[in-house]
Design a protein around this ligand. Structure first.
Ligand code: ADP
Ligand code: MG
Length: 690
């Protein structure tokens, strides 16, 4: 055996090494992403059945799912509608009563499988209280004679996620056997987690790092317990242990990546000397809030420090992140470096361009912009961009370069780049972020997001970044009132909007779609509603904005809206990010149930920016309780942090983060909405180790 082979854990062996897993079953398991023995052992059950005692069929109750055990005494197929529909039915008897089980669309294998005389375990619930007692589409398990009965009954048994061709019983048996054979290996093995490919390789130390928190079972015991618990209460205990292992693996990656980053990189001195900051602040027209000033202190310490800054600035919509970005940019520029600012949309890039030009040009700082549709920057640079080669351009230090994400990924190389600011880009993975920044050779990095990040995510997905929070809104803002209403109330709502517009204010009116889709005619679309809104608001000018409007026109519409030449803007969620028009005080969102909570909060953040009172009206006819509960949260609070935590609990991290990151982190046991304490524990454990 070579030395490298010796280091491979036996748990990394293919599932084929488990007795009972041949080529066919290995293929089926692969469909569940189970390739190794370890994958198999960590296949988390989706539920449990207490089979220590079976309920007599006689005692079954409607609405209460239960497991019974019975023998088939009759079975057959019924056909309806000239054979178009078929029903397979069999009758079980357990000595106390009979139970009819039925499946619509009988399958060819059913008569053989559900043969008279065979014994089954049946899990389901009564269709109703009527006789005969009937289960429709129950889950069943054949009690094969000679099978390892002790694995499957007289205990609490796991029901695992399955795939066609693989029964719960087979899955349970092979996991049982894998446990018997490999349990000892688990006690020394570390934990494995598929985390997105990082800039730096996964640390090898992970394989040998072992730890035992006093309050939780050992890893090997936890794995057994998660499949075959003595009591149902053991399951959560075991889950926590296995979740902790996952979080430890994750922290190991995050912390060692950070450590290596600090070891291999040196910071550019960008602390600044205030010579531009002073005139900037006095011309700004307002005083920074205490929260903004605090964050700037943290940023200055980073930019003047030994390692490149990696900081996430989190501040609710309207908290004034742009001013903080401007001050940070000035620090780098004062120190003789250039700065790049990346915005997620062209509208936002244009808005930043306008603001920053107004602020910076009087100070003698050049501000450049390049977006998909606007190419102001010098011709040679563009030519090389077209040829697909990275381009370098000659600018004197003290330029602020603004662009969209697309521009930055086509490859560019800004000389003397001291600071990269990414605005509103919470949907970026670490790798993407680093790839962007590394083009500029480890400049400082400031990522700004208006989506408040629940602490669990701050410590995991954003664990590479230090986090600053602006937790205070500038004063002098009117309050925002939020109401949830049904479409029935729309005429009244438009009446209200007319009044507000007549008194000089402006409104956003948002729909989920650009066009009406054939499949879902109930979801309103801007292109169709535009005419209706114009009618409802006759006498006022209404603008239209969505993803397919050409960029030049978008900018023209926004300019008119800013100048109050347009009083109402019909738009998709395109206006979600960053747009700042203080005179707009009305936000009407139809089909509100089609937006995520965080997204609705973002949209609402477009109003409440001036001194006037603002109104957010969410229209929804959604009847289901979850939708109602979600919208209610918005009515109750303006606190983005509370909303984000609620959203995370209701919808999971995927919605909050976008595919990029949630896909990168498949936790089998950990729960990013609930496990803050475990995550903290993991972080401390790893801190002590490395
Ligand atoms: P966001 O954090 O959502 O990006 P912005 O930076 O767009 O917020 O700021 C929202 C509005 O508040 C802007 O009009 C900005 O000029 C204003 N603003 C920012 N900081 C202050 C402050 N300290 N006092 C008063 N107004 C401020
Ligand atoms: Mg902003």
């Amino acid at each position: 055996m070579s030395s490298s082979e010796k280091n491979i854990s036996p748990l990394a062996a293919s599932v084929g090494s488990v007795w009972g897993v041949g080529e066919e079953r290995a293929k089926l398991l692969a469909r569940l992403e189970i390739f190794t023995v370890e994958d198999l052992l960590l296949h988390n059950p989706r539920r449990y059945e207490d089979r220590r005692k079976f309920l007599p069929i006689r005692d079954l109750k409607e609405k209460e799912p239960a497991t019974v055990r019975g023998t088939i005494i009759a079975a057959g197929i019924k056909r309806f509608q000239k054979g178009a529909r078929s029903l397979f039915e069999c009758v079980f008897d357990d000595g106390t009563a009979r139970l009819h089980c039925r499946w619509w669309q009988a399958q060819a294998w059913m008569p053989d499988w559900y043969a008279v005389g065979r014994e089954f375990l049946i899990y389901g619930k009564l269709d109703n209280e009527k006789k005969p007692r009937t289960f429709t589409h129950p889950e069943t398990e054949y009690c094969e004679p000679g099978d390892d009965e002790f694995i499957h009954v007289n205990r609490i048994v796991p029901i695992h996620p399955l795939t066609e061709g693989l029964t719960a019983r087979v899955m349970r048996s092979i996991i049982w056997r894998a446990l018997e054979k490999y349990e000892n290996e688990l006690s020394v093995a570390g934990c494995k987690l598929r985390v997105e490919n990082s800039v730096f390789a996964t640390p090898k130390e992970l394989l040998t790092f072992n730890f035992q928190p006093a309050t939780l079972p050992e890893r090997a015991a936890a794995v057994r317990m998660i499949h075959f618990p003595e009591e149902l209460t053991d399951v959560e205990f075991a889950r926590q242990r296995l979740a902790l292992d996952e979080f430890v693996a994750l922290q190991f990656q995050i912390q060692s990546r950070r450590k290596k980053f600090e070891a291999f990189t040196k910071a550019l001195p960008c602390g600044g000397d205030n010579r531009l900051m002073k005139p900037f602040l006095s011309a700004l027209g307002f005083k920074l809030t205490a929260a903004q000033a605090n964050v700037l202190k943290e940023i200055r310490a980073d930019m003047g420090g030994a390692h490149p800054m990696r900081r996430l600035l989190q501040g609710d919509v309207g908290s004034g992140k742009t001013a903080v970005a401007a001050c940070s940019a000035l620090m780098a520029i004062e120190s003789g470096f250039n700065v790049a600012l990346m915005a997620p949309t062209e509208i936002l890039a244009e808005q930043h361009f306008r603001n920053f030009s107004k602020w910076f040009e009087p100070l003698g700082i050049k501000v450049e912009i390049q977006t998909g549709s606007r190419k102001i920057v010098s011709a040679p640079l563009l030519k090389s961009a077209v040829r697909g080669k990275p381009f370098t351009f000659n600018l004197q230090p003290s330029t602020l370069f603004i662009g969209t994400h697309a521009l930055f990924t086509t490859g560019f190389d800004l000389p003397m780049l001291g600071l990269v600011i990414i605005d509103e880009q919470h949907k970026f993975g670490v790798t993407q972020r680093e790839a962007l920044v590394r083009k500029g050779n480890y400049p400082h990095l400031l990522v700004m997001t208006a989506t408040p990040i629940p602490r669990t995510l701050g410590l995991t997905l954003y664990g590479d970044l230090d986090i600053s929070v602006i937790d205070e809104l500038p004063g002098g803002r009117g309050a925002i009132k939020t109401f949830v209403r049904t479409t029935e109330k729309l005429p009244k709502v438009f009446e209200f909007i007319r009044e507000k517009i007549a008194s000089g204010r402006q409104a956003y009116i948002v729909y989920p779609r650009v066009d009406v889709a054939d499949t879902d005619k109930d979801i309103k679309a801007v292109t169709k509603e535009f005419a209706n809104v114009q009618k409802a608001l006759t006498g006022f000018k209404v603008g239209l904005l969505h993803g397919r409007v050409k960029a030049a026109e978008k900018e023209a519409v926004m300019a008119e809206f800013r100048a109050n030449k347009i009083q109402a803007l019909v738009a998709t969620s395109l206006i979600e990010v960053g747009v700042d028009v203080p005179n707009a005080t009305i936000m009407l969102i139809e089909n509100a149930e089609h937006f995520g909570l965080a997204q609705l909060h973002q949209l609402r953040g477009r109003i409440g920016r001036g001194a006037h009172e603002s109104f957010c009206i969410l229209i929804s006819d959604a009847l289901n309780e979850e939708s109602q509960a979600r919208l209610k949260i918005l009515e109750e609070t303006n606190d983005g942090f509370k909303i984000a935590e609620a959203d995370l609990k209701l919808r999971g991290p995927g919605e909050l983060l976008g595919q990029q990151q949630s896909g990168a982190m498949r936790l089998r046991f950990g729960n990013l909405a609930e496990d803050l304490n475990l995550i903290r524990q993991a972080r401390e454990l790893v801190r002590k180790q490395i």
